[in-house]
Design a protein around this ligand. Sequence first.
Ligand SMILES: *[C@@H]1O[C@H](CO)[C@@H](O)[C@H](O)[C@H]1NC(C)=O
Ligand SMILES: *[C@@H]1O[C@H](CO)[C@@H](O)[C@H](O)[C@H]1NC(C)=O
Ligand SMILES: *[C@@H]1O[C@H](CO)[C@@H](O)[C@H](O)[C@H]1NC(C)=O
Ligand SMILES: *[C@@H]1O[C@H](CO)[C@@H](O)[C@H](O)[C@H]1NC(C)=O
Length: 761
Amino acid sequence: MFLLAVLCVFCIWSSATLTGGLGSTPSTIPRKTVPISSYGGRLFHEEGVLNYTTMLVREDLNMLILGAREAIFALDLDDIAVKKAMVNWPVTNKEQIDCSNKGKDATNDCKNYIRILHKRNDDRMYVCGTKAFIPTCDYMSYADGSLTLEGKQEDGKGKCPFDPSQRYTSEMVDGVLYSATSMNFRGSEPVMIRSSEEYIRTEFSSTWLNEPNFVHMAHIREGELNPEGDDDKIYLFFSETAVEYDSYTKMDVSRVARVCKGDLGGQRTLQRKWTSFLKARLDCPVPNNNLPLLVQDVFHLCPGDWTTCVFYAVFSPQLDSTQYSAVCAYKIEDVKAVFSKGKFKAPVTVETSFVKWVMYSGDVPDPRPGACIDNHAREMGFTKSLELPDKTLQFIKDKPLMDQAVKTSGEKPLLVKRGAAFTRIVVATATAVDGTTHQVMFIGTKSGSVLKSVNYDGEMVIMEEIQLFGPSEPVKILRLSNTKLYVGSDVGVVQLSINECGRYHTCLDCVLARDPYCGWDLNADQCSTINSTHRNSTVIQSLSYGDASQCPQIDDSKSVSISFSHGNTVKLWCQPYSNLAQVQWQLNRQPIKASNTFQVLSDSLMIFNASADTSGRYTCSSVERNYKTQHVAYDLKMWSASGTTALLHDVKEKENTLVAMVVLLSLILSMLAIWNLYKGHFPLPFCHRRVKDTENRGEQSLYENQPPEHKIASSTVNLNSNNNHVNNQRYSSSRETDRLSTTVGSSGQITLKYIDDESEI
Ligand SMILES: *[C@@H]1O[C@H](CO)[C@@H](O)[C@H](O)[C@H]1NC(C)=O
Ligand SMILES: *[C@@H]1O[C@H](CO)[C@@H](O)[C@H](O)[C@H]1NC(C)=O
Ligand SMILES: *[C@@H]1O[C@H](CO)[C@@H](O)[C@H](O)[C@H]1NC(C)=O
Ligand SMILES: *[C@@H]1O[C@H](CO)[C@@H](O)[C@H](O)[C@H]1NC(C)=O
């Protein structure tokens, strides 16, 4: 019995000490850790349907088109919980049987996973699915409140993967589909194709594509207003097996490739193949990672014309996913320079069969291999790729790899973080009060969360981490509309507001968050979303410095009275609203030091064997960026009747400023409760889960603070219940289950109820 008690204390203790122990710089710790329940997000999930991993944002219809397994949905863009229409696209029995006869898993692989959703020029949409390893495409329209598939059953080979677990990418460019996927059943024939009258593809050669994982495709309208008469480009991002390193083990690298939109292939050499396919390594340097990071997703943002385009890419480690992940940005000019001016690599055979790729220093033919038809080529008499000389074409056929790598802009990643691997990224632009613009990155992780992050002149700031799905449900797609973010996973889709400021309750919290969308409005006395009417002096925002000195003073004279009996164990709650804040406890204005009597935990202070010496005034403050906030004050007295009920009101009243709860643990009753536990009368979720969490989530779990609303909500449960330890146990377990049910479990069990407005909590 005693052993159990010790164990439980120990597990609380160990999670607390780990908090300070891990070697990660403060800046890469998310300032807030937010469960979805307090975010006011909305969720969509259809009973029996899985894999919500394809999306098309149709602002024109005000709809989110969502592709899942064997179904496509049309959801309201403002509230995805509102389903406008859906259409099923199942596989037939025969297709499923044929597929499983070929050795594929009938219940998982032999289904129709929707993989391609694009808007066409004629208002219809183009849809492709894996269709039990017979990739098939169709046309779909939305009219009169329903989604309709035309049943065209077009061959989807080369557009859509056979295997639903393979990465792929595609883009609709002026009504023509460009895609990168594998063309055969075995998944061993990777291609990048253009499906039009002028059908063009890559060579089947490992020199071109070497076991690639396709990640993203981007059409950049370089042809408009180009002084060199250059063409539009389609950029392709992927990772593949490296050829350029002296390595005995197989190693992957990240690549960017590009082709010209006007490419028609060659006449004899490279007939119906790209004559403009060039690729280069993509570098995202992170110290202490042994192997290069691999690109997982790319988002391109062009604030002005094509020369302003920037590619934001997320990278994660190739073997050990607990290593650093990173975000790197690449300017289009830098990417272009490598392709249009850089040197090539060429294979040389060393010893008998070993091929090494080294810088090519021989003559490069003119027109330059891989260049689009531009003014220079036209002057030489070449008006289309079909006319290009064999010498140029043969060169590109053998040597599509550039010698130089594309370097990240600013030489350093925008964000580096250890913990859950990054999976997806989207970037939005926010305009601050002073009119400056900032790129806000939303990054999906392998453990089902989204990070909201900004880089201020080289300083990485993660404003928050929002836990959306269970820790084993990776974020598989992110899409943006004007003001909303849509996050898809295998088990459901969540919609978030990108400029939510109501979570910041005090001026200090609002300003120290350094969220470019938010500022403290002195007139309204709240943290408000910045809009054009705020471009005046009544709003406090300090993005680069987090300077909160303009914030009004808060009255901190209120306190909570508590009575205890001699020998009691008392737990005083105090949770700062920021993971970056340091908590300081004082007793009668003297700092409290850890001892046999006092134990300072990340969210509370434990007082053991309380006596006359331990009575007095306790204050809990937190310090963040040199700003001190007092969260709560307690007046502890030795037992005198009727002390406890009064404190309930105090806790609630101070809602805005304090994040606090008071729990009185009677030592005798806790023994009773432990006895009950030991006898198996209640489960012991607290201890157990805590440890498991720590293992699963690395550093993040340590900062898993409940937000203020949540705490106060839980406190009512506890405080109404006479403060005995039996109820405290119930409190712990309800808190735990709360958190678990607020995420969508990996078992596929979903509690829709939880996405309620925070006001309801
Ligand atoms: C579909 O979702 C299920 C349930 O999460 C998952 O086990 C499976 O791997 C997913 N399939 C694909 C192809 O993503
Ligand atoms: C701008 O914010 C103010 C105060 O938060 C609000 O009253 C006003 O409606 C907003 N204006 C716009 C255009 O959203
Ligand atoms: C707000 O800004 C406008 C123009 O920038 C200025 O004319 C006006 O006086 C300002 N109002 C306040 C209250 O500062
Ligand atoms: C509690 O404090 C009293 C004196 O105030 C002391 O005699 C006793 O040994 C302490 N008990 C424990 C368990 O520390």
